[in-house]
Design a protein around this ligand. Structure first.
Ligand code: ZN
Length: 504
């Protein structure tokens, strides 16, 4: 087991909080103090110190480790040499290029055929993509590909390398790879892409924004800042200056900075029917989604839905009952009470749904009868077997009910989205599912003691970047983690200045 605490202690002892160059003799003393004669142990320590030097960007310390191996005529382990390449890649300034390439040349000498393991290849790519030899990253990627799926970081760095070196064809090739693999595009790639687009001109900037919108990639804050500065600093081709503001969009789709309403999101009837058909055909009938449910139960449920549908809202009962409760400690009375509060709240509001289905489990039949009666007065109740998965039941009832039906669950439904494996148009269907989910999923945010429930309503506005000739609204990634089905809550609003005051 690696002893991280010990390594960190050694690191602070050597550096005392600053980047220092440690001479060979000092290293020897250090090795003696820590009794590290065994080569493998010594290499492990140097390896972890080099990792820490890379994290802290301690170039002198890294140099001194490399020099220790050189001066004592000991071959540097490949993993340490790769870390050193990575460290050199973190230098800012004109010497970076030379240092990285020199360190990489040394690394190559350590491997007879210039072939590395996947981790080493990844580590090196991290430094190499910013140098003139960035195309070497494509060769290294092939090494990784032999053994493993290539992740978004490696693919994204190749894209970044290509844009940094004005090679849009190669960048485009790897953007397609990333898009096909449904990976996120990493910030460094988006930044390099934006900078490239700016070098070409405004048309290219708009092309980039359109491409990222269609691929559902979101620009990082750094790009949002640059875009704002660019639009504000120069007049557009018609002589207008633009004003940029960071903002949020209300649930109704209103921009809080300029007051404009964003283009409403719509699922066409055709899209909805196609989604429903595919869900029924592929998820319900042919896949293993209902595997843990018995066929009789599935048939009973389908019949129940056919008789009672259409619903306006389908609630995941257990999910609502356990909301704000600790699963281990809570009594069935508390659970029933919580579910009843949610059901009564949504059914008694003026604008609330008229017909509600609560999906429960058989064991809920033993919950306090008074509470359960109140629930069944307000909504239809279906009890699934305790072992069944409830999401497929929930999605089935909601989709069966038609496009007006919402559902309430905190589940992200990822599995089901990815099961929409129609041979043709798989991507398009998954996008429709995601759009349907965004516009139909309610989540409970808080239940108050007085029975009021704060809900996160479905989004009713289009969640993608959009622009007209007078304004642009672009969501950006602020760094706050978000669910896959959620879009960033931060937007950049850009509006054209009025002709009277800002015409130049
Ligand atoms: Zn706005």
């Amino acid at each position: 087991m690696p002893n991280f605490t010990l390594w960190y202690k050694m690191f602070t002892e050597v550096t005392r909080g600053a980047d220092v160059y440690v001479g060979v003799e000092e290293w020897d003393t250090f090795i003696k103090t820590y009794q590290l004669p065994e080569t493998r142990r010594r290499d492990a320590i140097f390896g972890s110190l080099m990792s820490l030097a890379t994290s802290y960007k301690y170039q002198k310390l890294g140099n001194s480790i490399r020099d220790y191996f050189l001066k004592t005529n000991t071959p540097m382990p490949i993993v340490i040499a790769a870390k050193y390449v990575q460290l050199c890649g973190r230098l800012e300034g004109p010497e970076r290029e030379e240092k990285v390439l020199q360190a990489y040349a040394e690394l190559k000498k350590l491997s007879r055929l210039g072939i590395f393991d996947a981790t080493t290849a990844q580590t090196v790519i991290d430094a190499l993509y910013r140098t003139s030899q960035w195309k070497e990253c494509i060769r290294l990627r092939e090494i990784i590909q032999v053994l493993d799926a290539v992740g978004p970081t490696v693919n994204g760095k190749i894209v970044a390398g290509a844009f940094l070196h004005d090679d849009p064809d190669t960048a485009g090739e790897f953007l397609r790879v990333i898009q096909t693999a449904k990976q996120a595009l990493i910030p460094v790639a988006l930044i390099a892409w934006y900078d490239y687009a700016c070098r070409i001109g405004q048309v290219e900037v708009m092309k980039m924004l359109e491409h990222t919108r269609n691929a559902e990639w979101f620009i990082p804050l750094e790009v949002a800042n640059k875009l704002k500065a660019r639009m504000e600093s120069q007049a557009d081709e018609d002589g207008y200056r633009w004003r940029g503001r960071f903002t949020t969009i209300s649930m109704k789709g209103e921009c809080k900075a300029c007051g404009a309403y964003l283009e409403p999101i719509t699922i066409t009837k055709e899209e909805f029917l196609k989604l429903r058909d595919n869900f029924f055909r592929l998820v319900v009938e042919t896949s293993d989604v209902f595997l843990r449910s018995n066929p009789k139960e599935v048939a009973e449920f389908r019949e129940f839905v056919e008789i009672n549908a259409p619903f306006d809202l389908v609630i995941d009962g257990l999910n609502a009952a356990y909301f704000q409760h600790e699963a281990q400690r809570v009594t069935s009375r508390k659970l029933a009470e919580r579910l009843r509060m949610v059901v009564e709240y949504v059914t008694t509001r003026n604008v609330g749904p008229k017909k509600v289905l609560v999906l429960g489990r058989k064991h809920m039949r033993s919950w306090p009868i008074d509470e359960m009666r109140r629930i069944s007065r307000a909504a239809k109740l279906f009890y699934a077997e305790n072992i069944s998965q409830d999401d497929p039941f929930l999605l089935y009832a909601a989709l069966f009910s038609g496009p007006q039906c919402d559902f309430m669950s905190s589940d992200l439904m990822r599995d089901h989205r990815f099961k929409l494996e129609s041979k043709e148009n798989q991507d398009a269907l998954q996008k429709v599912f995601l759009k349907w989910q965004r516009t139909h999923q309610l989540q409970i945010l808080k239940v108050f003691p007085d029975g009021t429930v704060k809900l996160k309503p479905p989004m009713r506005f289009d969640t993608v970047a959009q622009w007209t000739k007078d304004s642009m609204h672009i969501p950006y990634e602020s760094g706050v983690p978000r669910g896959l089905h959620e879009i960033p809550t931060n937007w950049l609003c850009l509006t054209k200045g009025s002709a009277d005051t800002t015409r130049i």
